[in-house]
Design a protein around this ligand. Structure first.
Ligand SMILES: [Ca+2]
Ligand SMILES: [Ca+2]
Ligand SMILES: [Ca+2]
Ligand SMILES: [Ca+2]
Length: 396
């Protein structure tokens, strides 16, 4: 079945891209349409038997995480002594970091040029709002290093178009912080108007192992829904690994993301369960055993089979698609019409960290099961929070 679709897609790719919905034509026949459905005997999966159910992350609190007022909210009360290992809290009237050059009235911006051929991992971090470039030895807070590696953390040669700094994703999706955002893809991190965009299924040709900490906590499985078998082979991964020094006055982090997949809806509840994962290494308590801090209310990671897909065409697959197709239009993830892809709204993840520690945050995406039907994640608005926050993800 998947081969037929691939051939159809290849043929379709020779047509000019269109953002228009098919007029009068019935949507293409789709496969399993509900996460409750099991993969049929004629489905794409040749696997039999159930994998062990993943261990639920411990200590996690689902969507009950703090609402996360941002650092710009400020505080009141007597002025604390400044600390060069603190970050400048905007709007509180104090020079928090003992550096008069950092503004108390405007958050720093450091947008790199969008869609540049020279884009680096550090540019992706800057697009997310991580402007402070520091050395680990300095003890100062900010970005120590940024790397693009494989899902397993090992060196991997990514395709140049698997990542990018974007100023938009289609005409209706814009950054959450300043003028640019970062994008990672298991195909092309571009929308259909961008140079380098390709439709549907791009085979980068790389493979990676399941991240060890996640694999160990889930018995080697990537399965996220009880009745939906998931393959365990990872293809075309892209992992933005950030090493950061937590400011002395920060107790938590937050960032925003938006996940889209061309697997939706026809490969929903199939072995082709592409993932976005955010693995945090911190000394803070209450970190899930698998270290993944982005998951839905059912504690499922953000994969094709999660509960956050709301940007889609209603009536095509499972779910009510309450956000409709506005944020799908012009993205290119849905192929030649809007009924062949879906995404989440902007979501916000929070997690606690320890003041002054060095943390590693790995933001990654991959194709599961094969290289086809790509997925993309938009990343933006990294913030240090001055108050504590539980691990959790919610619509922003
Ligand atoms: Ca301040
Ligand atoms: Ca930004
Ligand atoms: Ca895929
Ligand atoms: Ca791919």
């Amino acid at each position: 079945m998947r081969l037929v679709l691939i051939l159809t897609l290849i043929a379709a790719c020779q047509l000019p891209p269109s953002t228009e919905e098919p007029s009068g034509a019935a949507p293409a026949a789709t496969g399993p349409t509900g996460v409750e459905a099991t993969t049929g005997a004629d489905g794409p999966s040749a696997s039999t038997g159930k994998k062990p159910k993943p261990t639920a992350p411990t200590g996690s609190t689902g969507t009950t995480g703090s609402t996360g007022t941002t650092a710009s909210t400020g505080t009141t009360g007597p002025a604390p002594a400044c600390d060069p290992k603190a970050f400048e809290i905007v709007g509180n009237g104090y020079d928090d970091d003992c550096d008069p050059a950092t503004s108390d009235t405007a958050a720093p911006v450091c947008d790199p040029a969008p869609l540049a051929a020279t884009t680096t991992a550090k540019d992706l971090a800057r697009a997310m709002g991580l402007c402070a470039d520091v050395t680990e030895a300095s003890g100062k807070p900010g970005l120590i290093s940024a790397e693009l590696v494989g899902a397993d953390g090992k060196a991997l040669t990514l395709a140049k178009t698997q990542y990018g700094v974007l100023s938009d994703y289609g005409p209706n999706v814009t950054p959450r912080q300043s003028a640019t955002m970062a994008a990672l893809s298991s195909g092309v991190a571009r929308d259909e108007k961008d140079s380098g965009w390709k439709s549907g299924s791009v085979n980068v040709g790389t493979t990676s192992a399941i991240p060890a900490v996640y694999e160990n906590a889930h018995g080697g499985s990537l399965q996220t829904t009880a009745d939906c078998e998931t393959a365990t082979d990872i293809h075309d991964s892209a992992n933005l690994r950030l090493k950061l020094r937590v400011p002395a006055n920060a107790k938590a982090i937050s960032f925003r993301f938006k996940f889209y997949s061309a697997e939706w809806p026809e490969w929903l509840c199939s072995e082709y369960n592409d993932f976005f994962m955010a693995l945090l290494d911190t000394k803070a308590n209450a970190l899930p055993a698998d270290h993944n801090i982005s998951f839905d209310a059912l504690e499922n990671p953000v994969s094709v089979n999660n509960a956050f897909f709301e940007v889609c065409e209603a009536g095509v697959g499972a779910g009510a698609c309450p956000a409709g197709t506005t944020e799908l239009t012009g993205t290119g993830i849905a192929g030649l019409s809007l009924d062949d892809g879906g995404g989440t709204r902007w979501l916000e993840t929070t997690a606690p960290v320890v003041p002054g520690e060095v943390i590693t945050l790995e933001l990654m995406i991959w194709d599961t099961g094969d290289t086809n039907f790509d997925s993309i994640v938009l990343l933006d608005d990294f913030q240090w929070l001055t108050h504590g926050a539980d691990v959790g993800t919610k619509p922003d």
